[in-house]
Design a protein. Structure first.
Length: 257
């Protein structure tokens, strides 16, 4: 654990010792805040309209369904663009400046290096997500929030983050150019995001496989407050798979050197 902690500390210093953490976090919170504001204003307009027209549907309006669920759905898509920016330099920068070879020949194992980088990026992800959840905390001062779906949605977002980070690290490990790493990671995440579209035109067995591999299919229920073990297993399995692929690639490179 000491070696993993050393890599973790090194990566956290890089994040907060450069503009990366501040710029990406600021941009993420700006976009999330913009989306959250629009959802709240839209809910308010609907409420006022129903109140003036004396519709009984006004009593059925739910802040969680109208605002909180929409906010989490926005977040899951926003993270597909933001996560590659968090992971782009983890290996690509090491290769560009020549420190990757030093790490590869050090007493540290590739698995220790990989886990240290993963945990550092995930920690930053969690901090950004906690900051975004402050919007819901602010809303709770003016509306009645059901916290069960908030907690399950947060858990789903964190599991999603672990998966996205593992994909981003794989993209970063394949190149020494950070821009290329961002593009590779984004397209892999976009594929996982849209793969269920192909399920509509596939055979029954293939359609089930494609649907199971779809990211939105596993976040939808958590955002609504329903947690299935199969969804948790999916995110953990995909995370482990991409970390394993990255580790395998790094090991093969070490043996070639």
């Amino acid at each position: 654990m000491g070696n993993i902690g050393a890599i973790f500390s090194k990566e956290m210093r890089h994040y907060f010792g450069s503009p990366i953490a501040y710029v990406v976090s600021g941009g993420f919170l700006l976009i999330c805040g913009f989306a959250f504001r629009n959802e709240v204003l839209q809910f308010h307009d609907i409420f006022v309209f129903l109140e003036r027209s004396e519709h009984t549907e006004r009593e059925q309006l739910n802040v969680n369904q109208a605002v909180v669920e929409a906010f989490f759905n926005w977040q899951t898509f926003i993270w597909t663009m933001v996560t590659p920016m968090l992971t782009m330099r983890l290996y690509a920068e090491e290769k560009r400046i020549g420190t990757f070879e030093l790490l590869a020949t050090s007493p540290l194992t590739n698995w220790q290096i990989l886990m240290g980088k993963f945990l550092a990026c995930f920690t930053l992800y969690v901090l950004m997500e906690v900051a975004a959840l402050s919007f819901i905390g602010l809303l709770s001062q003016y509306a009645r929030i059901e916290w069960g779906p908030v907690f399950s949605g947060s858990m789903g977002t964190l599991l999603l983050g672990a998966t996205f980070i593992s994909v981003g690290i794989l993209g970063s490990s394949l190149t020494e150019n950070q821009i290329v790493a961002v593009v590779l990671s984004f397209f892999m995440l976009l594929m996982l995001w849209t793969i269920d579209w192909s399920a509509r035109y596939a055979s029954d067995t293939l359609a089930q496989i494609l649907w199971y591999l779809s990211i939105p299919a596993h976040t939808r229920d958590m955002i609504r407050g329903v947690v299935y073990t199969s969804d948790i297993v999916f995110f953990l399995s995909v995370t482990v798979f991409f970390l394993f692929v990255t580790h395998t690639g790094l090991e093969s490179r070490r043996w070639r050197q």
